[in-house]
Design a binder for this molecule. Structure first.
Ligand SMILES: *[C@@H]1O[C@H](CO)[C@@H](O)[C@H](O)[C@H]1NC(C)=O
Ligand SMILES: *[C@@H]1O[C@H](CO)[C@@H](O)[C@H](O)[C@H]1NC(C)=O
Length: 222
């Protein structure tokens, strides 16, 4: 049995002539305690009382800071001129995820964070790391990149996608295949998440316009 909290990051960015970008987050949490108690109607010298209880760990309180307004992060106006090369990164901003009161008084709950959203996809080199909602975006061949526990995000380094998030990334205390990991200080220190716009591995075919993406961070507690 798990408890879940969700944070959806919604990002948008129109490009030149007049670009603009946004990220928004929603939260929802559930916790469940189920208890089964059966009392026999007739008692003799012996009473069987089967009791079953499943107590799930208390989820953390998740809060976001550094958003532009509410659950939206505005990356501002961006010019497509600055996105003319492969691996270009533009408009970097960061927000913080704070996890507090995990596990209540016990404090033993550790979250596993699953990242979901839409990506540009295989048409662009490394396009699975570029978040973009096709239905609400007119900009083409460009997307948002995210890096957990960092205030900066790059596309190209020794490993082009190292530590960047993609749909399906799972973050816990052990680094995932992309290198994203929950920092050991997660209980006491806000975790920064960097966001930027990038052309990814290929810069051809960039089309200016609105760019929007929704990213959901699902917190599971086990
Ligand atoms: C995130 O938290 C740190 C403190 O841990 C603070 O210095 C920084 O300004 C915060 N960033 C944002 C975007 O709120
Ligand atoms: C998280 O980021 C901080 C600040 O850059 C760094 O010192 C720490 O090593 C990082 N933690 C992990 C587990 O990557």
């Amino acid at each position: 049995m798990q408890n879940t909290k969700r944070r959806a990051v919604r990002t948008s960015a129109p490009f030149s002539p007049a670009p603009l970008s946004r990220v928004s987050l929603h939260a929802l949490g559930t916790s469940m305690l189920s208890l089964l108690l059966v009392l026999p109607a007739v008692a003799a010298t012996k009473v069987d009382v089967p009791v079953s209880a499943l107590i799930t760990p208390a989820p953390c309180t998740v809060s976001l800071t550094g958003m532009t307004s509410g659950s939206t992060l505005d990356l501002g106006s961006l010019s497509s001129d600055s996105l003319s090369s492969a691996g270009a990164v533009l408009g970097t901003k960061s927000f913080n995820v704070s996890l507090t009161q995990c596990g209540g008084d016990i404090g033993s709950t550790v979250p596993t964070i699953t990242v979901t959203g839409n990506s540009v996809g295989a048409g662009v080199t490394g396009g699975d790391f570029l978040f973009r909602d096709a239905g609400s975006s007119t900009a083409q061949n460009v997307g948002f990149i995210f890096r957990f526990n960092d205030t900066t995000v790059a596309w190209a380094d020794s490993d082009p996608k190292k530590k960047n998030l993609k749909p399906g990334s799972v973050i816990n205390l052990t680094p995932n295949t992309e290198g994203a990991v929950l920092p050991g200080t997660w209980k006491t220190t806000p975790i920064p998440v960097a966001v930027a716009v990038s052309t990814g591995g290929g810069a051809s075919g960039l089309v200016a316009g609105d760019l929007q993406a929704g990213v959901t961070f699902t917190f599971d507690y086990q």
